[in-house]
Design a protein around this ligand. Structure first.
Ligand SMILES: [Zn+2]
Ligand SMILES: [Zn+2]
Length: 197
């Protein structure tokens, strides 16, 4: 598997939320995006090849001068097993919430982001508040969709929990063949080296 690698949200992604569509005391503004990745996503030394569009569901509400935007994503990828290197499929999904403030930055009361006072209905108050320019017409959701995807990629993919991997002596796939290697060449010094690495 070769091809283009992408390191950031593709410029073609069109996933802006029009701020005036998010009404006070209204129904949530819901948008559904199917986004093409157009290349492999590299993460923790692995290449994740998209096997489906990245699907993003955005739900936005306006609450006391803030926009509360929930991002839910799911996507399927093809990736090499960490042990046997065979290609395998994985599906990821994730959900995150972002809070945007429309206040002018520098306004006197813009210091509440992590106070934990509960005024935004978050039990732990750990959600950062992103200040946006009140003159902006739309919020580009692509960095937030991208972040949600990256945070849900596994650091190590296995084709199966019990994948037996490659034989360290002859290199054959031990899921497919019994190569008969005895492991007599085991060298304890290699273990020391591995720990150092
Ligand atoms: Zn495997
Ligand atoms: Zn072997």
């Amino acid at each position: 598997m070769t091809g283009k690698k992408i390191l950031e949200p593709p410029a073609e992604w069109d996933c802006g939320i029009i701020i005036s569509d998010i009404r006070k005391n209204g129904e949530p503004c819901v948008r559904d995006f199917g986004l093409e990745l157009g290349g492999a996503v590299e993460y923790c030394g692995q290449n994740f090849f998209p096997a489906s569009p990245l699907h993003a569901l955005i739900t936005a509400n306006r609450e006391s001068g803030r926009l509360v935007i929930r991002v839910e994503i799911n996507c399927e990828f093809r990736v090499c097993c960490h042990r046997c290197l065979n290609e395998t499929g994985i599906a990821i999904e994730g959900q995150m919430m972002y809070i945007f403030s429309l206040r002018q930055s520098g306004a006197s009361d813009e210091k509440t982001s992590r106070s934990g006072e509960g005024d935004i209905g978050e039990p732990d108050g750990a959600v950062d508040i992103i200040v946006i320019n009140p003159l902006d017409a739309a919020i580009d959701m692509s960095p937030y969709i991208w972040e949600n995807m990256i945070l849900n990629l596994p650091p190590r993919v296995l084709c199966a929990e019990d994948c037996r991997g490659l034989c360290p002596e002859c290199g054959s796939n031990r899921n497919e063949t019994e190569c008969g290697c005895t492991g007599d060449d085991y060298d304890p010094r290699m273990e020391v080296l591995k720990k150092l690495m």
